[in-house]
Design a protein around this ligand. Sequence first.
Ligand code: NDP
Length: 342
Amino acid sequence: AKVFIYVHPFEGMPTEENFRLIEEDLPPLKDGEFLAEAVYLSVDPYMRAYAPRLKVGETMIGSQVAKVIESKSIQFPIGSYVVGVFGWRTHTVVPENLPVSQFTPPPVLISYDGSVPLSYYLGVLGMPGATAYFGFLDICKPKPGETVVVSGAAGAVGSHVGQIAKIKGCKVIGIAGSDQKCQWLKTIGFDFVINYKKDNVEQALRAAAPNGVDCYFDNVGGEITTTVINQMNRFGRVSCCGAIASYNDNTPAKAIASYNDNTPAKVTTFLLPVILQELEFKGFVIYTWRNKWNEAVKRNQEWMTEGKLQYQETITEGFENMPKALIQLMQGKNVGKAIVKV
Ligand code: NDP
């Protein structure tokens, strides 16, 4: 197996030096185990946020779509496809009852009929798709006619949230990092787009949402978020999905609390608008919905078939390019879901 291990703790943006590619011999299968061969690997922001919890020398965390190529498990027969959090590896010996945690769900079989690429199970029909579905609908509770803002809007989760908001009859404003991304968002139905690298977000948002913002789906945190919060209406709802603006920041004032050095982040408060506008803030980890997952997969599939949900991927070829793909995601080079094809 080819395996990327985490060899140098992250400081700021990920670099190739944080990882080392090694070859590993795999042991013969025991009863209840199967051998998974990676087909596609997912590239996700949480890898940077989560990795400081890894010990140096451990396999990088990540999920993949894999084919079962050997098996001593009745549950996972040869030839079947599985989605699992096996890490940055080409081949993995997996026990069918792999230990699960808040961040590592059990491997699941895909009922694959060939109608969509297998990689979709890492995106629109997988974790990001469920994140958009439950994280937006259950937490923002959008009503027709409301104004919804999505940050990180051109990514896997954000682009999906914006389209669900349109399906629910909302006005949708997306915030993203390039004109090319903003143009794409217009083509998939976003009503207004803001390029946060060029536009004055505060003014652009006042122009796009003269009556204020009712729902905010937050993928990024940081200044974009404080700016949006200040324009929210009474009883607005905020789904705190991600904080990518701070994932690569090791400075004590901005570091992700407790991940890097156990020092809680100290930030300028933005609580007054939360209090005065009586906002609801809710953070979440998507695997909490694990038992309802199929509802999201089914609905997302239907919306795609009905032409209501457009989906885009940025695919990097070659397992050895995993570090590059993660670095490029952090640089905003992906449009839609970032994937590596082995
Ligand atoms: P994306 O596909 O959105 O990729 C990341 C994007 O983030 C980049 O393309 C870039 O786009 C943007 N970005 C990078 N740095 C910054 C920055 N400093 N400020 C603002 N934007 C930045 O990733 P996902 O859709 O997979 O994930 C989106 C968010 O959701 C992440 O924060 C992730 O951690 C979170 N998440 C949370 C889950 C949960 O259970 N709570 C589950 C899944 C994801 P741009 O060009 O616009 O800057």
